[in-house]
Design a protein around this ligand. Structure first.
Ligand code: ADP
Ligand code: MG
Length: 679
């Protein structure tokens, strides 16, 4: 029984509102847990009210009036049996409330007491008529997440119905919970939806209570089951075995001007091994900016090619795709490899030629933007798909990729390190490799926080760096509200800098430029024909110009931590001492200060990611809040990290030994969705 229409009184509009809350089945209702609780179990004498505390009082309205100055307000005076006086103040009210709060009415009010002009008052307390026959609540009252048009009382009623009618039996063997010393599903839910009278507010609000932990564990387990099932299922699907032939890969390694770092060798071995398996690889390669992921992807592509298969490499921006193309071109054309280049904006003729090379198999490798994975693109024999900067792609683009070719192996690369708890949860269907070492000879980037009022000094630094033969980036402020305004600001900055630094060749690159224009500017910068590159955040990912040693970021306080870290990673790639100047507009808010401090104090991308995750939460961090990917609602990855580990082991064991129990558990927790879409 899962249909909400089975509940009496659930009309279409109510269904729609429940849908807004993500509630589609009776099980969903069961698992719709209170946000918090209020204590309406006793009455507080007015004279005992304490500032800032929530309390319930009862008494008679002895005076009520609507004031018009300074603004419209309904003010009532409530007197309790002990003679205490309290003002109730309403800034928004209906005629029905004025009628209910008329003098002589006996009222029960619940709210937070605060000092007012006439002594203690409550602003917008919840009021209801106090009747002799109406007893006080026996237990704490749950407060649920809700939406417009759905009152707390209605939700409570619906949840109550679900508790009484749904199946609350255990889905999993009891020993799992016994080992964790956690209560049953039924007890936990009854406890949280209808707390018993003796329970105190504190212990309930605290989500470390066993009832909360039980449900958090169940939720984590459902997530693990769905992700690990994906993982297991992949092992039953076929993919071409791409055995290491050591022909092209070795040839490339020999030609490189550098040797792979130990970390690169380690991840390359993992990837090479995966490619030789008869089922599709899905591996996430993480490595801080500049750790050298590109060469690893080139080696992987070659392993596909030396087995007679094609490889596709997709990047999130045209600039980055072109840079990959050039790099691979330099590395691989001498080995006799043909590389096709595909973007959404290239001329028709070039595009058709590229499409033909890809479908005819004359191009062994294709590089491009997401245009690579559109309908018209047919690969002759796609064996491997590489997705660079995967955190920048939408979920849909990544899923579209699965549909290409039989089951290509997939290598996803990311420079935004994913903290361990996230990797273990939202990425649990993937295998993960980490490059945890930077190539030798990198110089640490000195980070400076500079108030915008000291712009002149910054200009001097830029001039000096460029006059010494180095190059600089100048990143324009991010203006999220308006792209037009952002563009205007970039143009203005470009003009101002050009005027202030007439001796330098200044270039501008922004998101609205035609790809050809962008490429021309980037080429000029790479060739050191442009010394100072003014840019919007389009340069955020992947650009590699080792001669650039200075990065100036305007309004750094507006940018995300990962973004700042990525931008900073554009410098410090050559041998010159590099610096990153974070310009900020004073005064800084508390949070802005905290964030800039993290960037200032840390150079390790993992540390920064962890801090970022902590500040923004997983939904924002992963960019999946709006994407339809189910987020954990009860469990908290930090607080419940001990449960996460156990859930992972339990999930693998259940899938192996008790698949029916696993299926029942997934049905309860995920209903029709059943699967966490892969991120
Ligand atoms: P990212 O991981 O950010 O994509 P890249 O692949 O762009 O980093 O590499 C950054 C720079 O480091 C490139 O210029 C690349 O050629 C160089 N590089 C990569 N591996 C090594 C290495 N083992 N030794 C020296 N330089 C390397
Ligand atoms: Mg890169």
């Amino acid at each position: 029984m899962s249909d909400l229409t089975a509940i009496k009184g659930v009309t279409r509009p109510i269904l729609a509102r429940l849908g807004k809350l993500g509630l589609q089945t009776v099980d969903d209702l069961l698992l719709h847990l209170p946000l918090r609780y209020v204590d309406e179990t006793h009455l507080t004498p007015i004279r005992d009210l304490r500032v800032g505390e929530q309390a319930q009082v009862e008494g008679e309205i002895i005076h009520a009036e609507t004031q018009y100055r300074p603004r419209k307000a309904l003010i009532c005076q409530l007197q309790d049996d002990a003679g205490g006086l309290l003002h109730l103040r309403f800034l928004h009210f209906y005629p029905s409330q004025v009628a209910a709060l008329r003098p002589g009415a006996r009222i029960r009010a619940f709210g937070e007491a605060r000092p007012g002009f006439f002594g203690m008052e409550m602003v917008h307390p919840q009021c209801r008529a106090a009747r002799e026959d109406k007893p006080l609540s026996e237990a704490l009252t749950p407060v649920y997440p809700t939406t417009a048009g759905l009152s707390q009382a209605s939700i409570r009623k619906l949840v109550g119905w679900a508790l009484a009618h749904a199946d609350l039996s255990e889905t999993l063997p009891a020993d799992i919970y016994a080992a964790l010393k956690l209560p049953t599903f039924s007890n936990s839910l009854n406890f949280l939806h209808h707390p018993p009278p003796e329970v105190h507010l504190d212990s309930l609000q605290k989500r470390s209570h066993d009832a909360w932990r039980r449900l958090a564990f169940d939720e984590l387990l459902a997530q693990q089951l769905s992700m690990r099932r994906h993982h297991a299922r992949r092992r039953t699907q076929g993919a071409p075995r791409l055995n290491p032939q050591q022909r092209l890969t070795l040839a490339l390694l020999k030609r490189l001007p550098f040797a792979l770092t130990g970390a690169q060798q380690k991840v390359w071995a993992e990837i090479s091994h995966d490619l030789a398996q008869p089922h599709p690889m899905q591996r996430l390669l993480q490595g801080d900016v500049g750790s050298g992921k590109t060469i690893v992807s080139a080696l992987a592509a070659l392993q596909a090619v030396e087995n007679g298969w094609q490889a596709a490499i997709m990047a999130p921006t045209e600039i980055l795709a072109e840079q990959h193309y050039r790099k691979l071109h330099d590395w691989l054309t001498p080995l006799g490899i043909n590389i096709a280049w595909l973007t959404g904006t290239q001329a028709k003729q070039a595009r058709e030629a590229a499409l033909e090379a890809v479908s005819g198999g004359t191009a062994q490798i294709a590089v491009g933007t997401h245009a690579l994975f559109q309908e018209q693109v047919q690969f002759a024999r796609l064996g491997l798909a590489v997705i660079d900067e995967q955190h920048r792609f939408g979920v849909h683009q990544r899923l579209a990729l699965r549909q290409k070719g039989e089951q290509p192996h997939q290598l996803m690369m990311s420079a935004t390190p994913i903290p361990r708890t996230l990797a273990m949860s939202y990425y649990a269907d993937l295998d993960v490799s980490v490059i945890d070492e930077l190539p030798p000879g990198r110089t640490a980037v000195a980070t400076k926080l500079v108030s915008d009022s000291r712009r002149e000094e910054v200009l001097t630094r830029v001039r000096e760096a460029c006059q010494q033969g180095r190059q600089s980036y100048w990143v324009c402020p991010l203006i999220e509200e308006s792209e037009a305004l952002q563009l205007k600001t970039a143009m203005e900055t470009y003009e101002q800098l050009g005027a202030a630094l007439p001796e330098l060749k200044v270039g501008l690159v922004h998101g609205r430029m035609k790809p050809a224009e962008k490429q021309a500017v980037m080429r000029a910068f790479t060739a050191n024909e442009v010394q100072l590159l003014v840019a919007t955040t389009v340069i955020e990912v992947g650009v590699d110009v080792p001669n650039a040693s200075l990065m100036v970021i305007e309004h750094a306080e507006r940018m995300g931590l990962s973004q700042l870290h990525q931008l900073r990673g554009r410098v410090g790639r050559g041998s010159a001492q590099s610096a990153c100047i974070l310009l900020y507009q004073a005064p800084l808010s508390e949070t802005a200060r905290a964030r800039l401090k993290i960037i200032y104090e840390n150079t390790d991308g993992f540390e920064i990611s962890r801090a970022d995750l902590h500040l923004r939460g997983p939904g924002e961090f992963l960019g999946i809040r709006q994407s339809g990917v189910p987020l954990l609602k009860i469990a908290d990855l930090e607080r419940d990290s001990d449960l996460l580990e156990i859930a992972r082991d339990t999930a693998d064991r259940l899938l192996r030994e008790q698949p029916e129990a696993a299926a029942a558990h997934l049905m309860r927790w995920m209903g029709r969705a059943q699967e966490y879409v892969k991120v």
